[in-house]
Design a protein around this ligand. Structure first.
Ligand code: NAP
Length: 326
């Protein structure tokens, strides 16, 4: 698992592997047409090979267009690219799982994806077009679908060759345990993708995942996009942290590069989102220096268990994952 100049591939429990650095593609705050195609093409040109997307982000057609264009012009082959997508909450009932994946493949115009995740353990009322189905009073309509049943169909999608690896996102350790204890479990989830950054370092969940050979993938590794529609302005801002800045000055790196390097030294996969060429390049320059054990410890010390992505509108859902400590 040595670092190359600008990447490291991490083995997954099913024999596949994942690049430790990927590019997030969620741009809900300002979805400008053509922006994702441009960013993903630029990402491939500067060496990104791993892209994190989802049906929910509404731009998989553009991600697919960019990947196909860069295959067509000879920059990459399909097997050089690692693409992750996610099954949305309205698709958790077993009858809809494969349909969800097929919608994604159709948007991408690709034959398979590399990794497919259950986006959240919570189900919503089945729907193929509305992301958050509501009743007349505006209340989000939930479903009590059992994610273990969802998982069994995810396994069959892997067997059918539509996806190479399967995993989950936003599961707490008890919910992971429920999957691992499934009597007819065929494949373990290869990863759990969760919010993780220096202010929410997830040390307990990381320990649990490592002991079960589950890779932790860190979303919002820079502290999220701080979309004013949901970001509480009283929240502390990760990249303004004095400790990260101080360590950055020592290594001639930015706070963002220190936050990312911190994760890859803990064997955590990071998927920072940037659609800005300069910042995309900056976020890749994390393989040419090393944090000392003291520096990692100092960053551990700034943890505040501060979660930015809370999905509070579903706090009363029976499978809401964030009531538990980890
Ligand atoms: P993030 O990657 O922590 O932060 C993105 C924000 O930081 C953007 O506003 C970006 O702006 C800015 N940025 C990027 N590089 C920077 C740098 N070097 N210095 C300063 N600012 C920088 O947050 P995120 O988008 O929430 O998370 C990343 C990805 O994780 C998403 O795109 C998505 O793929 C995934 N995700 C998954 C879930 C889930 O439920 N599984 C939830 C949230 C996110 P510019 O674009 O202008 O550079």
């Amino acid at each position: 698992m040595g670092d190359s100049v600008d990447q490291r591939w991490v083995p997954l429990s099913d024999g596949n592997s994942i690049p430790i650095l990927g590019l997030g593609t969620c741009s809900l705050d300002k979805p400008i047409k053509g922006e994702t195609v441009k960013a993903v093409k630029a990402g491939i040109e500067i060496g990104y090979r791993h892209f994190d997307g989802a049906f929910m982000y509404g731009n998989e057609d553009e991600v697919g267009e960019a990947i196909r264009a860069k295959i067509a012009d000879g920059t990459v082959k399909r097997e050089d690219i690692f693409y992750t997508s996610k099954l949305w909450m309205t698709y958790l009932s077993p009858a809809l799982v494969r349909k969800g994946l097929e919608h994604t493949l159709k948007s991408l115009k690709l034959d398979y994806i590399d990794l497919y995740l259950i986006h959240w353990p919570m189900g919503l009322k089945p729907s193929e077009d509305v992301l958050f189905p509501e009743d007349a009073s505006g209340k989000i309509l939930q479903s009590d679908v059992d994610f273990c049943e969802t998982w069994a169909v995810m396994e069959s999608c892997k067997d059918a060759g539509l996806v190479r690896s399967i995993g989950v996102s936003n599961f707490n350790h008890k919910q992971l345990e429920m999957l691992l204890r499934m009597p007819k479990l065929k494949y373990k989830p290869v990863c759990n993708q969760v919010e993780c950054h220096p202010y929410l370092n997830q040390n307990k969940l990381l320990k649990y995942c490592k002991s079960n050979n589950i890779i932790l993938v860190a979303y919002s590794p820079l502290g999220s996009s701080q979309d004013p529609r949901w970001f509480d302005p009283n929240n502390p801002i990760v990249l303004n942290d004095p400790e990260l800045r101080k360590i950055g000055e020592k290594h001639n790196k930015t706070a963002a590069q220190i936050a990312l390097r911190y994760q890859i030294q803990r064997d955590i996969v990071v998927i920072p989102k940037s659609f800005n060429l300069g910042r995309m390049k900056q976020n890749k320059k994390i393989f040419d220096f090393q944090l000392s054990d003291e520096e990692v410890k100092a960053i551990d010390g700034i943890n505040k268990n501060c979660r930015y992505i809370t999905l509070k509108q579903l706090i009363d859902h029976p499978k809401y994952p964030f009531h538990d400590e980890y």
